[in-house]
Design a protein around this ligand. Sequence first.
Ligand SMILES: [Zn+2]
Length: 118
Amino acid sequence: MTAHCPRCTSTQLIPRQLGRHIGATTGVVSGGTTGAMGALSGAKAGAAVGAVAGPVGVSIGTLAGALFGALVGGTAGGVAGARLGEELDTKVLDNIECRACGHTFRLPLAEYPSYPSR
Ligand SMILES: [Zn+2]
């Protein structure tokens, strides 16, 4: 059973992953907001830890805490967004593109040409 393009019957089909890309991007942005808040509390925690080592420790601790908080928030948001986008891809959007004629259409998941990185 090979899926083919409904317009030109080519079997050169690729998953579009449009929602996945959009989801990952918006996820990183909203995750970045969460990350910014994480950075704030991370900075405070870092400063408290660094305070033991004096003024230099405070700035290093603040920086490390902020970086860590932002990183964790951004990554978590990106992953969640990509998952959401993947749902969109498989259930709502045209998820397949024909490489021969450029036609885009939807295929049920069972007939999907292999979906990478799942
Ligand atoms: Zn086609």
